[in-house]
Design a protein around this ligand. Structure first.
Ligand SMILES: Cc1ncc(C[n+]2csc(CCOP(=O)(O)OP(=O)(O)O)c2C)c(N)n1
Length: 381
C-alpha cells in the first residue's frame, strides 16, 4: 500500500496547495489526508472541481482534482472545452472502479472498461499509480513534467492502494454572517429592459484596469470582446456553466484582485450545485453577476426556465449571504460601485434578449488569451 501523506507531501513540494473534488472510496486515504490538512475544497460535481482547479491555475496556484472515474463524464465538458482549449494543464487523481468488473458493482463495469480509452480520447495522459513508493514518486514527477508541457495528467488509483488514514474530519466552512431575510424581486420601473450591451458597457467602465471580468459561454463573452477587449477579460467560450467555479478558483488564488463573474441564466442553471462551493469558500473579492434574459440567447433565443424562477432565492438557499436582484441598470451600477470587495455577492438583473450587431468573436487564440489574462492577474501586464 501507498502512504497518502507521502504523496500529499510530494504534491506540496511540487507546488500543490489545494485539492478540489468529489470523493471516491478508492481515494479515501488521499482525500482524508487532504481534508485533514484543511486544503480540500468540497465540490458538488467533478466538472466544477476541474473548473476550480483551472481558475486556480490562471491565478498562479496549483490545485489537484480528486474524483472517481464515474465522475469523468461529469468533467468531460470542462476537460474538452476549457482545460484542453486554453491549454490549462490539470492534475487529477482518479479512483479506478470497475477495473475488474466481476469484482465490482455493476454500475462501474462499463466505465471501468473504458476509463483508459476515455482518458486517451480526452487527450489526458495517464498512469496507473504504483503501490511501490519509489515508482509512484517517479510517476508523479513524470506527470509533473507532462503538466509543464500543458498536457493534463491523471493518476488512476486502484481500490486498496492507499493505507487508511485515521480521523480526518473537516467541518465544511460556515459563513459567520446571519442568513438575510428574503428579498422579493424588486418591482421593475416601466420601460424597456436594459440590453446586455449597455450593462457590459457600464461594467467595463466600473472595472477600470484592475478588475478581472470573467465572461460565460456564448454571446456574453463575444459582446464583451466586441465592446472592449482588455487584458483583464477572460472569455470562457466553452464549458457552459463553469464560470462561477472558474471565478472561484481565480478569486481564491488572487485574493487581492477583484474578480467579477458574468453569468447567464442558462449557464447558472446548468450547474447550480457549483454555487454551494462558491458560497462556502466565499472569497471576499468575488462578485457574481447574472444577466438574466430568460433565454439561451447564444443558440438562437430558446427559452430557459428562469422567468418562472427565483434565482436570487436559489443563490441564498445555496449559501450566498448577500444576493439580490437589481430593478434596473442604474441600481445595478450603484450596487457594483458599493461592492468594493466587501465580500462575496450575487447580483441578478433581468435584461432584454438579443445581442449587438455586428457581433465579433475573440480572435486571439485561447492559449494566448490565457497567457495575457495570467499576466494581468499576476500584475505583469
Ligand atoms: C455543455 C454545453 N451545452 C450547450 C452548449 C451550447 N450553448 C452555448 S451558449 C448556450 C446558451 C447559454 O445561455 P445563457 O447562459 O442563458 O446565456 P445567453 O446565451 O442567453 O447569453 C448554449 C446552450 C454548450 N456550449 N455547452
Amino acid at each position: 500500500v501507498l502512504s497518502a501523506s507521502a504523496l500529499d507531501t510530494q504534491l506540496v513540494e511540487l507546488g500543490y496547495r489545494h485539492y478540489a473534488g468529489v470523493p471516491c472510496s478508492s481515494m479515501k486515504g488521499l482525500i482524508d489526508t487532504a481534508i485533514g490538512t484543511g486544503r480540500y475544497l468540497i465540490a458538488s460535481n467533478e466538472g466544477d472541481a476541474v473548473a476550480i482547479a483551472a481558475g486556480m491555475y490562471l491565478g498562479g496556484a496549483r490545485c489537484a482534482v480528486l474524483m472517481q472515474n464515474s465522475g469523468l463524464t461529469n468533467a468531460c465538458s470542462p476537460f474538452t472545452s476549457l482545460t484542453h482549449t486554453f491549454e490549462i494543464p490539470v492534475l487529477s487523481c482518479i479512483g479506478y472502479r470497475g477495473e475488474q468488473p466481476e469484482r465490482d458493482e455493476p454500475q462501474h463495469a462499463l466505465m471501468g472498461s473504458v476509463t483508459p480509452a476515455l482518458l486517451d480520447l480526452l487527450q489526458i495522459e495517464w498512469a496507473l499509480l504504483s503501490s511501490d513508493p519509489e515508482e509512484a514518486r517517479l510517476q508523479l514527477l513524470r506527470a509533473h513534467e507532462g503538466l509543464a508541457r500543458h498536457r493534463s495528467q491523471a493518476l488512476l488509483v486502484r481500490e486498496g492502494l492507499f493505507e487508511p488514514v485515521a480521523g480526518a474530519v473537516q467541518t465544511p466552512p460556515v459563513q459567520a454572517d446571519p442568513v438575510p431575510p428574503p428579498q422579493t424581486e424588486p418591482a421593475r420601473r416601466p420601460g424597456p429592459l436594459p440590453r446586455r450591451l449597455e450593462v457590459l458597457r457600464a461594467l467595463v467602465e466600473l472595472a477600470g484596469d484592475q478588475t478581472a471580468l470573467v465572461a460565460t459561454t456564448g454571446k456574453t463573452g463575444r459582446e464583451l470582446y466586441t465592446l472592449a477587449d482588455r487584458p483583464g477579460n477572460f472569455y470562457m467560450i466553452g464549458s457552459m456553466g463553469c464560470v462561477a467555479s472558474l471565478g472561484l478558483g481565480i478569486a481564491l488564488a488572487r485574493p487581492e484582485r477583484p474578480v467579477v463573474v458574468l453569468d447567464g441564466d442558462g449557464s447558472l442553471l446548468m450547474r447550480l450545485g457549483a454555487l454551494a462551493s462558491v458560497a462556502a469558500y466565499a472569497p471576499r473579492n468575488l462578485l457574481h453577476i447574472v444577466l438574466d434574459n430568460g433565454t439561451h440567447d447564444s443558440t438562437g433565443g430558446q427559452p430557459t426556465l428562469s422567468p418562472a424562477l427565483d434565482l436570487v432565492g436559489a443563490a441564498r438557499a445555496l449559501g450566498y449571504r448577500r444576493a439580490r436582484s437589481a430593478s434596473d441598470l442604474d441600481e445595478l451600477v450603484e450596487l457594483v460601485r458599493g461592492w468594493q470587495m466587501h465580500g462575496l455577492a450575487f447580483l441578478h438583473l433581468r435584461i432584454a434578449p438579443g445581442s449587438m450587431h455586428p457581433l465579433g468573436r475573440p480572435d486571439v487564440r485561447p492559449p494566448e488569451q490565457k497567457a495575457r489574462f495570467m499576466r494581468f492577474l499576476a500584475g505583469e501586464g
